[in-house]
Unconditional design. Structure first.
Length: 225
């Protein structure tokens, strides 16, 4: 499904700002962190699967059990090859604020300024921090943060979507029946990728945007990793 947008001045301004941000060299004092979330249905087996045997693949019944839904927050620092994934029961503004708080006070406690790249979901804005923490506490938490937003209908400019795609293919492409199991599997996947320092190489530049303006009106992926 295509999401057809409009190439407005605001679209260009936000896009150019993100492309300039992505062109910066890696900085430990000013990390660029892309953030997004993914909803996931927890699914269990209705009958015990048959394990793989010599000459025969594993088998599971086509029927399954629905065990509710859950949410994953994903933060990735593309040039550093570091990511943080949190499994939460809900995807409300309190959950998002808690996730950002954890990032800023632990993984990025020593950064001078933190650049957060986000789409336009309603829980992603500064007001949510004021609502959850109060203005004074929110101001203290966000004193080092600079928010960067993708244009509307242009979430492909957020590299967290790439990381979520990899997570989905490598870790979530099977039945997972509980939040506890999901958290264990995601933590193992995250640790392995962080140990290998798997980076994302962004290929789309301002020059590409100026040469292919018609492609920018679609919410689609035009980047490499």
């Amino acid at each position: 499904m295509w999401c057809i947008g409009v190439l407005t001045e605001e679209y260009r301004r936000r896009m150019y700002a993100l492309l300039a941000l992505y062109a910066r060299p890696l900085s430990r004092t000013e990390p660029v962190i892309c953030i997004d979330e993914k909803s996931l249905q927890l699914i269990g087996h209705s009958r015990e699967p048959l394990p793989m045997t010599e000459g025969a693949p594993a088998k599971h019944d086509y029927e399954y059990e629905r065990n509710g839904t859950t949410n994953l927050f994903v933060a990735v620092e593309p040039k550093a090859g570091h990511r943080v994934v949190a499994v939460t029961e809900h995807r409300g503004k309190a959950d998002f604020v808690a996730f950002i708080d954890e990032l800023l006070t632990n993984a990025y406690a020593n950064a001078r300024r933190v650049h957060l790249v986000l789409d336009n979901l309603n829980i992603h804005f500064r007001k949510c921090f004021d609502d959850v923490l109060g203005k004074r506490a929110a101001a203290k938490l966000l004193r080092r943060v600079q928010f960067h937003y993708t244009p509307k209908h242009a979430s492909w400019l957020n590299m967290a979507e790439i990381e979520i795609g990899i997570l989905s293919r490598q870790c979530l492409n099977r039945r997972i029946d509980s939040r506890q199991l999901l958290r264990s599997e995601v933590n193992a996947w995250q640790q392995a990728r962080n140990d290998l320092e798997r980076t994302i190489e962004w290929k789309f530049t301002r020059q590409d945007a100026d040469q292919r303006p018609s492609a920018l009106c679609f919410d689609t992926c035009v980047l490499m990793y």
